[in-house]
Design a protein around this ligand. Structure first.
Ligand SMILES: C[S@@+](CC[C@H](N)C(=O)[O-])C[C@H]1O[C@@H](n2cnc3c(N)ncnc32)[C@H](O)[C@@H]1O
Length: 846
């Protein structure tokens, strides 16, 4: 569906694309974490095309007794072997949770305010919601249904997911019902050379400083998994994701892997194994830079390795390029004909290199075969042209026939479409009969300097490359997946081209960069055929004059240029709604066998994650065997302390805090410490309500993100744990007697990695990357109503708006636009610091 535009006279409407006509199962929201089943599930995926059965493992007679592959069944294609190559992999199944609904677009709000300011000539901007209210009404009307996840259908929303691609892909298949539903997968993995170079450590800069190294569990774990055995682990990493890609692709689907020349041969071998050599489509070479500094042969290109799920059924649309110079067409186009059609000459070098240099009216001509093999009654006879007789077969050795009937040949003569080349009669063609040729597997127009927008990520792909892949292999409304989001180039391209998208990344920095990029984007509005994007766009068409159309006076063929949808000039499009998601409950598997050093002398193997955390927090913690939410009890000076630990990835919920307090009270303990890696937005409120009721004291404790990464070198608890720090906000009335409010962000808590302390920084001190306001927080899921961040490069919308945008609009503001309290009389503010850490505060409105 195309979003309801709001239109004013003579103004361009603001639109977005939505996909309510495509249904998907309802997904749990972070507020529902406690309702999810507690038990862990895992599924085993085969990573095998039959190779494991085809090999014979044995001992060589003169070998050292170690088993080796001694033979392989030649009926199975050869495969590549590497250390720890497995033919199956168990993947934990973690449900995706919707954490945030992005229904507004920052740029849409800026446009709205600018227009109102210009129209009404009011001083200061007015707040308008183009789309958030639509979303809110929808959510309220479906309130009951929302906790019946997976059992009811809802309208499709695109997805930006923080999590490891392996888990995300397994979850998409298992919970989101997307097996066989993805049309195209674009993978731009680390190139397998230097993994670190693929990370960006700050949202606000592409420069990486060692002191800013990534510190979150998910990224570090992904790093470890990908690189434990160097290139060997890297190949397992890709093999696993490729096997899952294959499962997710639909029959007509395609996968592209972007890679450099260092490992392209290995990737091809792995993709041959996973997709089958028969499904290889192409190896595309694309130019990434014009010049490269090197004392040896400079490298200026990268590769796309393209495989189909099933080559015989693949969806493929040629993308045409206009022939403008020699080399962009088949050979043979090297003559021009005068405007009256009477004289011809060879083209000059200049004309060959640039068709714009051909004098006006002169047309580039070429010639083509007029005959086909075999005898055919009525068309194998000789034909007389300009007094000379021509036979279809020149040598007479094999029978041939004219491609058109004699009356057709007569028409070709009348239209000056025959010419003699050597002893043959040939069809004369003009380049403008169809001045386009399909893109080949050599893309030279993709150099990085061709970026139209500012670079926001250290390893950002040129959108032109991804867009071409989307054009070639998908239709509007089709689903595109990129399990290597980075700055979200694929999501952006898909959004621009009206394709549905899912993307994921382990790095919070990447997720935040991608979100900001989408929220600040403006696109052209492409005209749909029936009001729905999935009903396809209208395209620019060009005529293709063919031999048949000339010989039989037929209409020329109409060819759609799929990369040139018709643009609605009266509209300006912004990003459609999308969900920001995370994976609930990481496996505690990783903790098994984790070593805690006790006084540096003895190492104890702890089997249990909760035990590890409790023992790190308080050495004397007595682990509780019971099933309640008090996991351990420690002795303090006067009182006992109950300790409760949140899930390894997933958040501590208000419910967990409540339950832990009830369990503690039942045992007569009045102080409860709840430890977690992340907390639900409302936990501050839960804590103060519990404490208000008296008696009990609750401490919310953050576990440092790099506790695991540092190999527990620092075992002093004060270094690993710190009280939960929430953003500091303030309210003010918009004006005297007015019910509207504004929120001001005052400060954000930042973890100093060097000193390992948390400090409050003022909001204007350069540590805030973005902040978001939910004006009516329902407790289940954060809905972005207002959003604030610095634009790297402000989009040029002056001409479209016929008004100048206040440059302040593109800067990070610290005070919100005015808004009215609504149903829940409660707001939530989410702040993202420059390292991508998010913290949220929930407040009841005064
Ligand atoms: C080369 S970058 C992709 C850049 C992207 N094409 C762009 O234009 O911005 C690779 C990305 O994959 C992410 N990544 C690496 N391992 C991952 C994993 N196991 N799961 C999810 N994302 C991963 C990295 O964090 C990095 O952002």
């Amino acid at each position: 569906m195309v979003g309801e535009p709001r239109k004013a006279k003579t103004e361009r409407k603001v639109t977005r694309y939505t996909y309510d006509d495509i249904k998907e199962p309802g997904t749990p929201e972070t507020g529902h974490t406690s309702l999810l089943p507690a038990e862990e599930q895992a599924v085993t995926f085969a990573m095998d095309n039959g190779w494991s059965e085809a090999i014979t493992v044995g001992n060589l007679p003169e070998g050292d007794g170690r088993p080796v592959v001694v033979d392989m069944d030649p009926a199975v294609d050869p495969v590549l072997f590497w250390a720890a190559k497995r033919n199956r992999r168990e993947v934990p199944l973690l449900p995706l949770q919707r954490n945030e609904i992005v229904s507004e677009s920052r740029i849409a709000q800026i446009i709205d305010r600018t227009r109102k300011g210009a129209e009404e000539n009011i001083i200061g901007p007015a707040q308008g919601h183009l789309f958030a209210d639509l979303e809110r009404i929808l959510r309220e009307s479906e309130r009951e249904k929302r906790i019946e996840f997976y059992t009811h259908d809802e309208g499709w929303k695109n997805k930006l997911i923080c999590g490891d691609s392996l888990h995300v892909m397994a979850s998409l298949m298992h919970y989101e019902n997307l097996r066989g539903k993805v049309q195209m997968i674009y993978i731009d993995p680390p190139y397998g050379i230097k993994y670190d170079s693929n990370f960006q450590q700050r949202v606000d800069s592409t420069k990486n400083d060692e002191k800013d190294a990534a510190d979150d569990v998910v990224t570090i774990k992904a790093f470890r998994d990908t690189w434990a055995l160097g290139i060997h682990s890297y190949l397992s990493y890709l093999q696993e994701r490729l096997y899952l890609s294959r499962e997710l692709l639909c029959e007509t689907g395609s996968v592209f892997v972007q890679i450099s020349d260092v490992n392209v041969h290995l990737i091809r071998a792995v993709m041959d194994e996973v997709f089958g050599a028969d499904n290889f489509m192409s190896l595309i070479t694309f130019k990434k830079t014009a010049h490269a500094a090197s004392t040896l042969l400079p490298t200026v290109s990268d590769y796309l390795v393209w495989y189909a799920r099933n080559r015989s059924r693949v969806k493929y649309f040629p993308v045409y390029v206009r022939k403008r110079r020699v080399g962009e067409e088949e050979t043979g186009w090297d003559m021009v004909e005068s405007p009256d059609g009477r004289s011809r000459r060879k083209m000059t070098i200049d004309e060959l290199l640039d068709h714009d240099r051909i004098p006006d009216g002169w047309r580039v001509i070429g010639h083509d075969n007029l005959t086909a093999t075999g005898y055919s009654e009525g068309t194998s006879q000789p034909y007389v042209f300009e007094g000379r007789q021509f036979k279809p077969s020149v040598t007479g050795a094999t029978e041939r026939h004219w491609k058109v009937k004699p009356e057709g040949l007569d028409r070709l003569v009348a239209k000056n479409r025959l010419m003699v080349v050597g002893n043959s009669l040939r069809q004369k063609r003009y380049l403008d009969d169809f001045p386009h040729s399909p893109t080949t597997n050599l893309w030279e127009d993709t150099v990085v300097s061709g970026f139209a927008e500012a670079r926001v990520f250290v390893v950002q792909t040129n959108p032109k490359v991804i867009e071409r892949c989307i054009f070639m292999t998908t239709s509007p409304g089709d689903l595109v997946l990129d399990p290597t989001c980075g700055s979200g180039t694929t999501a952006n391209c898909a959004e621009r081209l009206g394709r549905r998208w899912i993307t994921c990344d382990t790095s919070r920095v990447a997720i935040n960069v991608a979100r900001q990029r989408l929220l600040g984007a403006v696109f052209e509005h492409f005209r749909t055929r029936n009001g729905k994007v999935s009903g396809n766009f209208k395209y620019k068409t060009v005529n293709r004059i063919t031999l048949k159309s000339l010989a039989y006076d037929l209409e020329p063929e109409k060819v759609e240029l799929v990369d040139q949808p018709e643009v609605e000039k009266d509209a300006l499009r912004v990003c459609g709604p999308f969900d920001v998601m995370l994976l609930g409950r990481y496996s505690v598997e990783d903790w098994k066998g984790y070593v805690v050093r006790d006084d540096g002398t003895e190492s104890a193997k702890l089997e249990n994650y909760i035990e590890v955390i409790c023992r790190l927090y308080r050495k004397d913690a007595a682990i509780q065997g019971a099933t309640g939410l008090v996991h351990a009890v420690a002795e303090a000076e006067k009182e006992k302390i109950a300790i409760s630990v949140g899930p390894l990835s997933g958040r501590v919920t208000g419910k967990q805090i409540n339950d832990a307090v009830q369990d503690a009270l039942a045992s007569g303990i009045l102080e409860v410490h709840v430890l977690g890696w992340a907390f639900e937005a409302n936990v501050g409120e839960v804590k103060s309500q519990l404490e208000k009721r008296g008696r009990v004291k609750v401490a919310l404790i953050m576990i440092r993100p790099d506790t695991l990464a540092e190999g527990l070198k620092a075992t002093q608890p004060e270094m690993l744990f710190s009280p939960l720090a929430v953003p500091d906000i303030d309210f003010a009335k918009n004006g005297k007697g007015e019910p509207a409010l504004r929120v001001t962000l005052r400060g954000v808590a930042l973890f100093d990695r060097k000193r390992r302390t948390t400090e409050y920084k003022r909001a204007d001190s350069g540590y805030v990357s973005a902040w978001y306001l939910d004006e009516d927080y329902d407790g289940d899921c954060f809905v972005d109503c207002q959003m604030f961040f610095d634009f790297k490069k402000a989009p040029n919308i002056k001409a479209a708006l016929k008004a100048e945008v206040d440059p302040e609009e593109f800067a990070l503001k610290l005070t919100s636009e005015p808004f009215h309290p609504r149903r829940y009389k409660r707001i939530a503010v989410k702040v993202v610091d420059v390292y991508g850490h998010e913290s949220t505060v929930v407040r009841d409105l005064p």
